[in-house]
Design a binder for this molecule. Structure first.
Ligand SMILES: [Zn+2]
Length: 126
């Protein structure tokens, strides 16, 4: 008579012999949110990427806006921003910022205007 462990192992082996492959049949995993990788940051080029910000002050009719978020600090003539700040205002002034739809382009006119003025490259997914 074998040990309990040997009996157990035999039961498992018997079960797998009768039901080949079933022990590995796991339910399919839910598809992970798919974000394509943005082009890498080039430290020599001022760049930004798009993030979505809700705007709680404009009511439910507002869909918020897509802003340009700096990848590096920006110190222009009268504009000082840290990496992670939007061009139009610092991150702390936003109610929330999150990664938006990869295909989305910025819709914030202030961000767009400043990106053009300061020659900031907008990184988009490859
Ligand atoms: Zn903006």
């Amino acid at each position: 008579m074998g040990s309990f462990q040997e009996m157990f192992d035999k039961m498992v082996a018997d079960h797998e012999a009768r039901n080949p492959g079933q022990s590995e049949a796991l339910p399919p995993a839910a598809p992970a949110p798919h974000f394509r990788e943005l082009a890498p940051v080039d430290s020599g080029v001022a760049s930004a990427h798009v993030q979505y910000a809700f705007n709680p002050y404009q009511g439910a009719s507002s869909n918020g806006a897509y802003h340009l978020i700096l990848d590096q600090p920006l110190h222009a003539a009268r504009l000082h921003r840290n990496a992670g700040d939007a061009l139009c205002k610092p991150r702390s002034k936003f109610w929330g910022l999150e990664r938006g739809n990869d295909r989305q382009t910025a819709t914030c006119s202030v961000c767009l205007e400043r990106a053009a003025r300061y020659s900031i490259a907008v990184r988009t997914p490859a």
